[in-house]
Write a protein that binds this ligand. Structure first.
Ligand code: ADP
Ligand code: GLC
Length: 491
């Protein structure tokens, strides 16, 4: 319970937050969790770099102050904004050479990482640490700093050196991205020499940003219980499994939620036709719209497979490509929205050219299309090789688009396989396969299609998925408990 004495004042540090800037699920979490926490009584501020795209957008942004700070090259400009329509304040950290450039926060126009990412995010971490100590004179001092992913992971290491520092929680959204840089970068960043050790930021001779969070945070969590277990194994620990096992007493999993104000088929302004569990027939209008968008034949009875994804190895994209070779004689249509690895772009485009009656491909990033795919597809395929949580399977369920997923990470925690039993007792919410292989994916899609052809059972399944509760409130309560435990403990 929150009392006057233990009220969490949370500085939520992140490198992306919807609707200000988004490349993936981290932005969705950072755009929604702080609001849910505020609703539970926490005092929350979000801190985010002031990227060029944010400054040049038409969002309402206020200049707070400009400063030169010890140990920080150049001038820092602090702005304030709000998370969407909420009253949660966002502090934007502006810096001409580090953040003012336009485009993707992490990648240049060619898709290569910006060569100065270590300097940029080390600078961001220094500013977060100063804000956490109220050394930016913003007149607010948190008692918890909640860091997310490697871009903010140096903060716990920096704060460890200060006795009056707040408590630190580090959330792993994806252990595959660690922020690894050469030793020379460590030297150039001016970090305390004692941090260069295998009990510190050093990882096999390289500087590891993520180790800052894993070694020095008071608590660590990840975005599903299953992934919290998986990262303690050599298969998914990337060499960090020993450290994670060592810290297992302070490591937990909290599954992500979904923001019902953005992802709700009843009210979503980005889809062609709104619908609810009571007006499922209207969902078909969205399928027709999708067929038109993708220039696929307007077949009412086609089984529509959707996919919205970063096109990277994690997502099992190679499996999808191979699977698509097998759909020629089936009444399936497939539509993809994605961007990522250019070799995947080429393969999808040539696949769509070869089979335009069944395969529609849009390479790029587009919020509106993403919503339309969720609304218009019959199933949503996610054969991820690993998936810390995954949000698209949750959005799909909300839209009655049945997810077909590999049993891994958050997908395993959130989707219940449709068997005779789970269909009968009303708990089924999707189709789950246990091996990341094309035959397994194929079999799961075939199982889905067989049920699709039994409209009464299918509709029941669709309603189940739409009624599954993945609201942020439940997960935010778990974060709140974690903060309160951190504030109680002495270490
Ligand atoms: P990850 O963060 O690993 O990419 P998640 O499933 O957690 O995976 O979240 C992905 C988020 O990014 C979802 O909101 C999804 O709709 C969105 N997304 C991914 N690719 C695109 C795209 N090409 N266009 C629009 N939205 C996208
Ligand atoms: C990462 C993961 C994804 C998760 C998201 C938000 O990008 O890949 O599984 O849903 O973070 O936590």
């Amino acid at each position: 319970m929150i009392t006057k004495q233990n009220k969490p004042r949370v500085l939520f540090a992140t490198s992306e937050a919807h609707p200000l800037i988004k490349t993936g699920g981290l932005a969705d979490v950072s755009g929604a969790l702080p609001i849910a926490l505020q609703q539970l009584g926490c005092d929350v501020r979000v801190i985010l770099p002031a990227y060029g795209d944010i400054l040049e957008s038409n969002l309402s942004i206020k200049l707070l102050t400009e400063k030169y700070l010890p140990g920080v090259p150049g001038k820092i400009t602090l702005f304030s904004a709000h998370l969407g329509d909420s009253s949660v304040q966002v502090w934007l950290v502006g810096h001409a050479s580090a953040f003012a450039r336009r485009g993707n926060p992490y990648l240049d126009a060619q898709g290569d990482i910006w060569p100065d990412n270590a300097e940029r995010f080390a600078l961001f971490c220094k500013i977060i640490a100063l804000a956490a100590l109220d050394h930016l004179q913003l007149d607010w001092k948190p008692n918890v700093v909640h860091c997310n992913d490697w871009q903010t992971a140096l903060v716990p290491a920096l704060l460890k050196q200060t006795p009056e520092a707040p408590r630190c929680l580090f959330t792993i959204h994806n252990l595959a991205y660690q922020g690894l840089f050469p030793q020379a970068t460590f030297n150039a960043l001016g970090l305390t020499a004692e941090l260069w050790s295998s009990e510190g930021l050093e990882f096999h001779g390289q500087l590891s940003f993520i180790k800052g969070g894993l070694v020095f945070a008071d608590r660590i969590n990840t975005v599903s219980t299953q992934y919290a277990k998986e990262i303690q194994t050599p298969e998914m620990g990337y060499g960090l499994e020993g450290l994670l096992r060592y810290r297992r007493k302070v490591l937990s999993g909290i599954v992500n939620g979904i923001d019902d104000t953005i992802w709700n088929p009843k009210t979503d302004p980005l889809i062609i036709q709104n619908y609810t569990t009571n007006s499922l027939a209207k969902k078909k209008v969205n399928k027709a719209a999708l067929q038109e968008m993708y220039r696929l034949p307007a077949k009412k009875d086609a089984f529509m497979l959707g996919c919205v994804s970063r096109l990277v190895e994690q997502k099992g994209i190679d499996l999808i490509l191979e699977f698509l070779e097998t759909i020629k004689d089936k009444p399936f249509q497939f539509c993809l929205l994605g961007a990522g690895d250019p070799s995947f772009h080429k393969k999808f485009i040539s696949m769509a050219k070869k089979n335009p009656a069944q395969i529609g491909v849009i390479i790029g990033y587009d919020e509106k299309f993403a919503h339309q795919i969720e609304a218009g597809s019959d199933i949503f395929i996610m054969p991820s090789r690993f998936e810390p949580c995954g949000l698209n399977q949750l959005y799909s369920m909300r839209y009655g688009t049945v997810p077909v997923v590999h049993h891994v990470g958050g997908l395993a925690d959130t989707v219940i396989d449709a068997t005779d039993m789970t269909i009968a007792d009303g708990t089924a919410t999707g189709f789950v396969f246990t091996q990341p292989t094309v035959p397994a994916l194929n079999q799961a899609v075939t199982r889905a299609h067989l049920l699709f052809r039994k409209p009464r059972i299918w509709q029941k399944l669709v309603r189940n998925t739409m009624n599954a509760d993945f609201s942020w409130q439940k997960s935010a309560e778990k974060y709140l408990d974690l903060y309160l435990t951190m504030l109680q403990s002495d270490s």
